[in-house]
Design a protein around this ligand. Structure first.
Ligand code: ZN
Length: 254
């Protein structure tokens, strides 16, 4: 679809007149009209404003001329997967798993490969094939090419290490020593836990990124520990096979 049709559709979908849209992005009604007839295309500054007003990426406003691919993990990016800056604006270089709240999630290619291989295995790939594929593809992406320059002086790794230490200090019975945490997106790990009152409650934000891991219980009861954390809290849960009978063991504010 062309930019003119996209702007028209977004404007009408939001129930705005040309005048109202013009006022919101500080242009004249005539300018809006010219975009919608295809005579002109909004300038870069205005594209940014339209992007934040309609909550769609600039690439989408321009009719998706670029096939966006996360420059860290290689995942094709549709609008719902594009990462955001702290102020909510899109960062069209990365997916929301690899970049969140102004920070890169992965600083070590092997960590990223471990996470991706888990997701890819069983989708027609063997683990070995998935690993080979990632090892070949990742070094071609901008993030890994420029990794040295992008590194945030180890701040994120220190934060991760801190969380690992805090988890280990909890001394949860049967829980093995935590060695590493992976980035996880809320919607995959936001399971409802039964509360004492009988209700089941979800504690996480589906769209937020957390650090977590799954560890097999050392008690030999076939259960797993699920660990999740961010800057605000630590959570430890236990569950059976495929997340059956989840039980919230601990939720601690940091
Ligand atoms: Zn990514």
């Amino acid at each position: 679809m062309d930019t003119k049709n996209i702007i028209f559709e977004l404007r009408t979908k939001h129930g705005m007149s040309q005048d109202e849209l013009a006022e919101k992005v500080f242009v004249t009604r005539q300018a809006v009209s010219r975009w919608e007839t295809g005579d002109t295309v909004p300038n870069t500054e205005t594209l940014k404003q339209l992007s934040s007003l309609f909550d769609v990426s600039i690439n989408e406003l321009l009719g998706s001329p670029r096939k966006l691919v996360c420059q860290c993990c290689g995942m094709p990016l549709d609008n719902s997967l594009i990462s955001r800056e702290k102020d909510g604006s899109f960062n069209e270089d990365y997916c929301k798993w690899c970049y969140a709240d102004g920070q890169y999630t992965y600083h070590n290619m092997d960590d990223l490969i471990d996470v991706c291989v888990k997701h890819m295995a069983g989708q027609g790939f063997t683990e070995e094939q998935a690993r080979e594929y990632m090892k070949d593809m990742l070094p071609k992406l901008n993030y890994w090419k420029n990794h040295k320059e992008l590194e945030d002086s180890g701040e994120f790794e220190r934060f991760k290490k801190q969380l690992i230490d805090e988890f280990n200090a909890l001394n949860v019975k049967g829980m093995p020593k935590v060695e590493k945490l992976n980035a996880l997106v809320g919607c995959y790990v936001n399971i409802p836990y039964p509360m004492p009152g009988g209700n089941a409650v979800k504690l996480l934000d589906d769209s937020a990124t957390y650090l977590g891991n799954q560890l097999e219980s050392e008690l030999g009861d076939g259960r797993c520990f699920g660990l999740l954390a961010n800057a605000d809290f630590l959570l430890v849960a236990s569950y059976g096979k495929d997340g059956a009978e989840p039980e919230l063991l601990l939720y601690k504010k940091r």
